[in-house]
Design a protein around this ligand. Structure first.
Ligand SMILES: *[C@@H]1O[C@H](CO)[C@@H](O)[C@H](O)[C@H]1NC(C)=O
Ligand SMILES: *[C@@H]1O[C@H](CO)[C@@H](O)[C@H](O)[C@H]1NC(C)=O
Ligand SMILES: *[C@@H]1O[C@H](CO)[C@@H](O)[C@H](O)[C@H]1NC(C)=O
Ligand SMILES: *[C@@H]1O[C@H](CO)[C@@H](O)[C@H](O)[C@H]1NC(C)=O
Ligand SMILES: *[C@@H]1O[C@H](CO)[C@@H](O)[C@H](O)[C@H]1NC(C)=O
Length: 558
């Protein structure tokens, strides 16, 4: 009797337990469904292949587990950005069989109308690469950029590159202005250099390293920190953010505890190229070097004839996203950009709160507004010049503009640990609404890591943005993409345009279909005649700010 009663009680307990478990599962499932933005991907085009470029070095990069949706998205994104395989070179490297921009050439194709172009047509250029011995290259994977320029008209547009994977490439341009258009083709990196850059992120994701100072009483110690921290005998402090799941680790100080960490700063850079590999990264030889035309590099574009401009792709995004004409950036995606003078900026921002989050390229926008608006005064928060946080106020017009840098990895000077904040956590603290503008720009400090780190960072930011737009649909969210920059060997190893390009594709894919606006800094810096610069020069910033303000105040500028 007793035994049966116990069995019955046991069954009841198990039944209750299972019911609770099932409801937890259902609740969690609903929550997951609600929280996770469904990526707009066509599942029928999944290629079930794992590119060797996607091997993360698990020996010292640890990741939080992803939800099934996020894991699927990660795989789709990795597949979509897979770079053509490039031949492995014998060591030590000789340049002989690598791409030589001086031997390589491009040719403007005559097109359907036999060398006559009208506004609205496309211009196609064929690029053939050769090695240093003058032999045609047979494989693809070179990183090439192409633009169409007119100095006289201060016009420019970026070309779309197609890698035929046989040593030839096409660049396709939309013809958007009447007059001369000069084709410029640049070899950014030979494919052999891309191989090295890819390997560095797998083998040395810690080549930029960070430090933290620990202090308690009279004892202080400094240790090394990173996202990917090499395992040693030394114990580790785990600063993984419990809310957003972003990983961060420091070696534990010998005498102090993990919670005595008081700041964060860039430690330095360890360059560890193999013998002679630096030959692949020589300015003036094979890094950001022009490729010359066979025949003319200039096309004369006649006025628009018949037909419509066909620039929209089926997905609704424009290719290209815009172009310069008379020094002004015009978009093709449906947003009309107005020019804002000082008083128009003030009128536009009246009653608004603008929160800017990101790296130094977002800080430039904060600095621009501060300098442009006479009524906007920076409140002295006693922050470090490079680091922030910053806050500017215009009492009369009720304008508040803030800037805060993104969380680690960040290569800024000295940041108190209390000021290390992840963008997703900051966005989670906002109420939002029609008077709130959120600006996000995060790319240049994440180039040296496996791209999965960037994907996860954006997944957490996107989750926060989706929730913000759910609770306050009137909030305006603007994302700044990566930009091209000047490359030296050091700048390349620590954040080549190739790393930026790959991350930029990820960023665009992940925010596609969301109610957020992109400012295409990539094309805006590429299409401009000014030299590439990590911090784009003032005329480009002015165009970016006009773009930003045109989203905030459509059709209100001058
Ligand atoms: C998905 O891709 C397939 C094959 O390319 C195509 O037939 C189908 O129409 C696509 N579906 C959507 C919803 O885009
Ligand atoms: C490379 O491929 C493209 C596109 O298929 C083709 O037009 C071109 O002729 C090929 N070039 C060589 C050298 O085979
Ligand atoms: C991981 O990093 C170690 C140390 O740099 C390196 O020896 C190893 O080859 C890397 N593994 C992969 C899969 O790249
Ligand atoms: C660090 O902490 C996070 C959160 O508690 C945990 O999920 C992760 O496994 C830890 N990582 C390591 C390497 O201990
Ligand atoms: C600024 O632009 C506005 C139009 O938005 C115009 O009415 C005004 O005259 C301009 N002010 C100056 C000083 O140019």
């Amino acid at each position: 009797m007793k035994a049966t009663s116990w069995t019955r009680k046991g069954f009841l307990a198990i039944f209750l337990f299972l019911t609770v478990l099932a409801s937890i599962f259902v609740l969690r499932h609903i929550e997951v469904k609600r929280l996770h933005y469904q990526p707009q991907v066509n599942a029928t085009i999944i290629m079930p292949r794992v590119s060797p470029h996607h091997i993360v070095n698990r020996s010292f990069c640890t990741f939080q587990p992803l939800s099934p949706q996020d894991a699927l998205e990660e795989r789709l994104i990795l597949d979509s950005i897979a770079w053509p395989a490039t031949p492995v070179l014998p060591s030590p490297i000789s340049l002989e069989q690598t791409t030589d921009p001086a031997h390589s050439t491009f040719t403007i194709l005559p097109g359907r109308k036999g060398g006559q172009w009208h506004v609205g047509d496309q211009l196609e250029v064929m690029i053939q690469t050769f090695d240093f011995q003058g032999r045609p290259k047979k494989s693809g994977g070179d990183f090439i950029l192409a633009t169409l320029q007119s100095r006289k008209l201060e016009a420019g547009v970026a070309g779309q590159l197609v890698d035929h994977q046989n040593g030839s490439y096409s660049a396709v341009f939309s013809l958007l202005w009447e007059g001369d258009a000069q084709v410029e083709v640049t070899l950014v990196h030979p494919s052999e250099a891309v191989t090295v850059l890819d390997r560095l992120n797998r083998e040395q994701p810690d080549r930029i390293y960070f430090k933290s100072l620990y202090r308690s009483g009279s004892v202080s110690e400094t240790t090394i920190c990173n996202v990917c921290l090499r395992p040693t005998q030394q114990p580790v402090c785990n600063y993984t953010d419990l809310h957003v799941g972003e990983p961060w680790f420091c070696y534990k100080p010998k005498k102090l505890s993990c919670d005595t960490r008081i700041n964060h700063f860039k430690g330095g850079f360890k360059q560890n190229l193999k013998v002679k590999e630096e030959k692949l990264f020589q300015s003036g030889v094979n890094m950001k070097v022009s490729i010359q035309a066979t025949g003319s590099s200039i096309a004369t574009v006649l006025s628009k004839k018949e037909g419509q401009l066909k620039l929209k792709t089926s997905s609704g995004t424009s290719v290209p996203s815009g172009y310069y004409y008379q020094g002004v950036w015009w978009t093709l995606g449906g947003t009309t950009i107005s020019q804002f003078n000082r008083s128009a900026i003030t009128q536009c921002l009246k009653g608004k709160v603008v929160h800017m989050y990101g790296d130094s390229t977002i800080r430039q926008w904060f600095e621009f507004l501060n300098a442009a608006l006479p009524g906007l005064k920076e409140f002295d928060l006693h922050s470090r010049r490079q680091v922030g946080p910053f806050m500017s106020l215009d009492y009369e017009n009720n304008i508040l503009v803030t800037y805060r840098c993104h969380g680690p990895p960040i290569r800024f000077g000295l940041i108190p640990t209390r000021e290390l904040r992840y963008i997703a956590n900051e966005i989670d603290d906002l109420i939002g609404g029609p008077n709130t503008v959120v600006v996000v720009g995060i790319w240049s400090h994440l180039g040296t890591y496996p791209i999965e780190i960037y994907i996860r960072r954006l997944q957490s930011i996107r989750r926060a943005v989706v929730q913000l737009l759910d609770r306050a649909p009137g909030t305006l969210v603007i994302i700044r993409t990566a930009n091209v920059k000047a490359l030296t060997l050091y700048e390349t190893i620590t954040n080549s345009d190739w790393y930026s390009l790959q991350r930029d594709k990820v960023l665009r894919a992940m925010f596609k279909g969301l109610k957020v606006h992109l400012i295409d800094a990539w094309e805006m810096t590429l299409a401009h005649h000014l030299p590439h610069n990590l911090h784009p020069l003032p005329p480009i910033i002015k165009n970016m700010i006009d773009h930003l303000l045109s989203y905030i105040c459509p059709h209100k500028g001058g």
